[in-house]
Design a protein around this ligand. Structure first.
Ligand code: VG1
Ligand code: CO
Length: 542
């Protein structure tokens, strides 16, 4: 073990989902080391225990893992489980941590952000329950990065061979390279009706999954093709590349262009889906039909009894605050509790650990359940396939029937990326400044009922998270919400979330942008977003 002197770097504050920065920043001498040591200094006594390490395979993944292995050994871990080629999707990492009862894990990913030497890298710490460290721990880590004076590593000079499954040693620590897919695939098989899905895929039903040249390719090939018999052409962009093929592995209508073109083209498949860089997000499409993530959560909850793992009923549902209220209506009809948490998966962990909820979701293409403690892209795809196999209807007719029964929550998110940070803060402040005049007034032909900065008290440990989004809530359930992103690496990103509810089935067939047009105008008026950002249109609309 050797101790290396270091000095703090500024700004190593974990965001919504860990520390994300440009690769060039991570490549500075001592930068990654400082953060990893700050993590090790903040998580308690792990001497002799097991650490899980893996990432989405992006540029710098390999080098980062070698640094982490040496530091884990020097700091006293007894055993590291690392995915073959350094690959573990975020949900697979969560699965491995839980299955092998590891002390925790380091996941290397910047999720949907582009990869490559000039793009992004990221790292986050997950706890023994398999979920992202709560704010209490990430705050401790950040404080530690500000006062760090040294880190510990080993003098080992040769790199561990991550290509081969097997066990070696660094000092007293065992390094075990494991198959990246097997444990996760077994877990999926234990949850879903694989026989029913196999029968579905053997018939006329056609599907396409877009791995976007990111981490889910190998998982999709094993599970969808080898285990479930999907055809050769059912998985596209299946080879993980260091730069994700130069793409933006964010499964939405803007960035999953090829898949969207196919699903809205001639002779479109019955089912289309995509996942993101690290495999925790999902987009679901039918033939010429897009399912919003908020609706998807509600639908999974309403159809949970079709899936073996959830047949006995679910404990409850949780959604992030900006996610639409569609799931709340399902929870109400099932007599279940529905929790509203701040944005970020880490807020669901306590609720799942306490068995208060089984299904969780975010509007940002994230859905998951208590089978792991991360959102899970392929899990959502399999859940949909399971429903389709049992109900034998098209995606569109399943969603339309759902709206008829529960009403439709028109929903959209507008992202303004690369905004000057002061301007972005001013946009939110403008709305805040009008809270008092807005309450009780009429806006977009609706009565404003409440305005606030969303704040959350965790029902399990009573920890409080403030300033989680500026909200304008209307009497009829409509909402306008402004939030600043905590995952971007360049300037600020403003997210504007819009929602209105329609119970009349004759009015449920509108385009969401049209249905929300008056709320969009009102949101601009009260925030002066266009003037302050100089942007007439959002960067991304979903
Ligand atoms: C975004 C999403 C949020 C999600 C987070 C991490 O955060 O809005 O819902 O949990 O990304 O997802 P933000 O702070 O930029 O809005 V992932 O797939 O990047 O780990
Ligand atoms: Co992700």
């Amino acid at each position: 073990m050797i101790t290396i002197h270091t000095e703090p770097f500024e700004g190593q504050k974990p965001g919504t989902s860990g520390l994300r920065k440009k690769v060039k920043i991570f490549q500075q001498a001592r930068y990654l080391e400082n953060f990893v040591q700050a993590v090790f200094d903040s998580i308690g006594d792990f001497q002799g225990k097991t650490l899980v390490v893996g990432g989405d395979g992006r540029f710098f993944n390999d080098q980062a893992i070698q640094i982490i292995l040496n530091m884990a050994s020097a700091n006293g871990f007894g055993h590291v489980l690392v995915g073959q080629h350094g690959i573990l999707s975020t949900p697979a990492a969560s699965c491995v941590i839980r299955k092998y009862e590891a002390f925790g894990g380091l996941i290397l990913s910047a999720s949907h952000n582009p990869a490559g030497p000039d793009e992004d890298f990221g790292i986050k710490y997950n706890m023994g329950n398999g979920g992202p460290a709560p704010e209490k721990i990430t705050d401790t880590i950040y404080e530690r990065t500000k006062s760090i004076t040294s880190y510990q590593t080993t003098a080992q000079t040769h790199a561990i061979n991550l290509a081969e499954i097997g066990t070696t040693n660094i000092g007293n620590m065992k390094v075990q390279v494991i198959d990246s897919v097997v444990d996760y695939a077994e877990l999926m098989q234990s949850l879903f009706d694989f026989d029913a899905i196999r029968t579905l895929l053997a018939g006329d039903f056609r599907m396409c999954f877009d791995a976007m040249h990111a981490v889910t390719g190998p998982y999709a090939k094993v599970i969808l093709q080898d285990m479930l018999g999907a055809s050769e052409d059912s998985v596209m962009n299946a080879t993980p590349l260091e730069d994700f093929g130069g793409g933006h592995p964010d499964p939405n209508l803007t960035y999953a262009k090829d898949l969207v073109a196919m699903m809205y083209g001639n002779n479109a498949p019955d089912f289309g889906a995509a996942s993101d860089g690290d495999g925790d997000r999902n987009m679901i499409l039918g033939n010429h039909f897009f399912v919003t993530p908020s609706d998807s959560l509600a639908l999974l909850a309403a159809n949970a009894e079709t899936v073996p793992a959830y047949q006995g009923g679910i404990a409850g549902i949780a959604r992030s605050m900006p996610t639409s209220g569609a799931a709340d209506r399902v929870a109400q009809s099932l007599g279940l509790d529905c929790y509203e948490t701040p944005t970020g998966w880490k807020f669901f962990g306590n609720l799942m650990d306490a068995d208060k909820v089984t299904l969780c979701g975010e509007e940002s293409f994230g859905t998951g359940s208590s089978h792991v403690r991360e959102k899970d892209g392929l899990w959502a795809v399999l859940f949909w396939l399971n429903i389709l196999a049992v109900r034998k209807q098209s995606v569109e007719s399943i969603v339309s029937e759902h709206w008829q029964k529960f009403g439709r929550n028109y929903y959209s998110r507008h992202d303004y990326e690369g905004v000057n940070s002061d301007a972005a803060h001013q946009v939110l402040q403008n709305v805040r400044d009008q809270f008092e005049t807005l309450i009780g007034s009429s806006l977009a032909d609706r009565q404003v009922q409440q305005c606030d900065d969303f704040s959350y008290t965790d029902p399990i440990d009573q920890s409080v998270s403030q300033n989680q989004g500026v909200r304008v809530l209307f009497e009829d359930g409509s909402r306008i919400i402004f939030r600043l992103s905590g995952t971007g690496t360049q300037g600020a990103t403003i997210r504007l979330y819009l929602e209105s509810y329609e119970s009349d089935s004759k009015k449920q067939g509108m385009d969401a942008q049209d249905a929300l047009a008056d709320l969009i105008t009102a949101a601009n008026d009260i925030s002066q977003l266009t003037e302050l950002t100089g942007m007439n249109n959002p960067t991304v609309i979903t």
